[in-house]
Design a protein around this ligand. Sequence first.
Ligand code: MN
Length: 320
Amino acid sequence: MAAVTVLDPREVPLGGLRAMTVRRTLPHKDISLVGAWCFVDHYGPNRIGADGPGMDVAPHPHTGLQTVSWLFEGTIEHRDSGGVHGMVRPGEMNLMTGGSGVAHSEVSTPETTVLHGVQLWLALPDSARHAPRAFDHYEPASIDVPVVTGGATARVFIGALAGLEGTDGAASPVVVHTPLLGAELVLQPNTSLTLALRPDFEHGILIDTGSLTLADDDGRTTPVAAAELAVIDAGPERIALTAGPDGARVLLLGGTPFEEEIIMWWNFVGRTNEEITTFREEWEAGSERFGQVEGYVGERARIPAPGLPGIKLRSRRRRR
Ligand code: MN
């Protein structure tokens, strides 16, 4: 039976001083990736003002990855150097491709009173990581194929859910570059659900609200609390989820193990120290690699790159 590892989040300020705090479970010191998912930031519900500031992340760069913004509540205004200006809202799928280079800003709107969501990164395989920047927006109706079965609903935003027992499953039209799964599941209090898993996928289950107990075919159980990420190694064909007395809303992430070694530093994913050094220098120099974000208004026009550490950056594989 494959192992289940429960990762605790760490609290990280997003975008500098007086920033909103997020709960980061990936990358973790023990596990860097789940499939190509290489970054999991979870935030809220934050009552803006009462619990702290909203989101205000000035223009900053990315390379070699795609970002997925998935909101439960609130609205974020997105601007990027591909000329895209739009709102990110709950239930929508917004996929930004950094590719060879992009810059963007993210600001919760003045009307947003509560902000609650996740930001996820997907590492791009070498074959796709030099692609031009892009932004794909999918309306809820195009991806939200609710799968309802005895006390649970699922919305599949990437890939296909092999099947909830008693249903035909659901598939998302979102285009990605490695085999992946991303879905939101909502379980009513004290209900159980058996998920069919692709045995060639590893999986992560992030608890947004409530709690869950996972049970494998051998009857081994693992409790998982809110804000934790349970990582399930490739292998099992199913897993049973039982929600606690408050129910559970979770994100189910999955993918085939990402076989390439990557270097993640700041907002960049690359392959070598030299490449990361170049990305940093090009961002600092205002290079065309990243382009310009038009229309962002804030205390500073862009986020400067931190200094590189004096030591060689560590490359990451899935497991440390
Ligand atoms: Mn970003």
